[in-house]
Design a protein around this ligand. Structure first.
Ligand code: ADP
Ligand code: FDM
Length: 212
C-alpha cells in the first residue's frame, strides 16, 4: 500500500524592527524543533546570496541607489525566487522558520513618502500566508542600544517609528506579540510556547495566499 503523505510543515515568520532579536530567536527555534524530532529549516529575507540579493545588499550598504519602487520590487522578487523551496519544504513535512517576510517588505517600503501601503502589498500577494507571525516587540530606543546601530540604510529612529506604525496596520489574528525586552532565554520560552500552540491547533490544510 502507498504511505499517506506527511502532514505539511508549519510556516512560522518572525518579524520586528531592527535589533529586536529576530535572528537570535529564529536560530534557537530551529534548534528547538530539530532537537525534538520535528524537522525545521531556517530562512531569512533578504537572502543576500542570490544575484537579486547581492543587489539588495549593495543598496542597503549604500553602494548603489535605486528608485523606491525598484528596491521594493527587488525585495519582493527575492521572496518569490524562494517560493518553490518554501512550498516543497512544507510539503515534505518540515517546518520553515523565516527571519523577516513580506510584512518587512511592506512596513519598510511604505515608511517612505513615495509608496502607499496598498501598492506595496501587491507584489507579495499570493505568497504562502504564515501559520503564525511572531512579532518581537521592543521600544525602539531600547533596540537602538543593542549592537551597532546606524550603519545601514533605514537604521534611523524616525524611520523605524514609521516602520513600527506600518507593522501595526498589517496585524491580523495570526500575529502574536512577543515582549522582546526580556532575556534571550525568556523570549525563547514564549516563542516555543506559541509554536507548540500553533502546531497543536492548526489544521494544516492547504496554504492560503497572503493578502488574497
Ligand atoms: P535582529 O535579527 O532582530 O536584528 P539579533 O538577533 O541580530 O536581532 O540581535 C541584535 C543584538 O541584540 C545582538 O547583539 C544580540 O546578541 C542582542 N540580543 C538579542 N536578543 C536579546 C535580548 N533578549 N536581550 C538582550 N540582547 C539581545
Ligand atoms: N527590508 C527587509 C526591507 O526593506 N524590505 C524587505 O522586504 C525586507 C525583507 O532590509 F532594514 C529591510 C529591513 C532591514 C534591511 O534586514 C535588512 P536584516 O534583517 O538586517 O538583514
Amino acid at each position: 500500500s502507498v504511505a499517506a503523505p506527511p502532514r505539511r510543515g508549519a510556516l512560522i515568520v518572525i518579524e520586528g524592527c531592527d535589533r529586536t532579536g529576530k535572528t537570535t530567536q529564529a536560530m534557537k527555534l530551529v534548534e528547538y524543533l530539530n532537537g525534538s524530532d520535528r524537522k525545521a529549516i531556517f530562512m531569512r529575507f533578504p537572502d543576500r546570496t542570490t544575484p537579486i540579493g547581492c543587489l539588495i545588499d549593495s543598496y542597503l550598504s549604500r553602494g548603489v541607489n535605486l528608485e523606491d519602487q525598484v528596491i521594493h520590487l527587488l525585495f519582493s522578487a527575492n521572496r518569490w525566487e524562494s517560493h518553490p523551496k518554501i512550498i516543497s519544504t512544507l510539503k515534505s513535512g518540515a517546518s520553515v522558520i523565516i527571519d523577516r517576510y513580506a510584512f518587512s517588505g511592506v512596513a519598510f517600503s511604505a515608511a517612505k513618502e513615495s509608496l502607499g501601503l496598498q501598492w506595496c502589498k501587491g507584489s507579495d500577494a499570493g505568497l504562502p500566508k504564515p501559520d503564525v507571525v511572531l512579532f518581537l516587540d521592543l521600544p525602539l530606543e531600547q533596540a537602538a542600544t543593542r549592537g551597532e546601530y546606524g550603519s545601514e540604510r533605514y537604521e534611523e529612529l524616525k524611520f523605524q517609528q514609521r516602520v513600527y506604525k506600518n507593522y501595526m496596520a498589517l496585524r491580523d489574528d495570526t500575529w502574536k506579540m512577543i515582549d522582546a525586552s526580556k532575556s534571550i532565554e525568556e523570549v525563547q520560552r514564549s516563542m516555543e510556547a506559541e509554536v507548540e500552540r500553533v502546531m497543536k491547533e492548526s489544521k494544516f490544510g492547504p496554504l492560503p495566499g497572503l493578502w488574497w
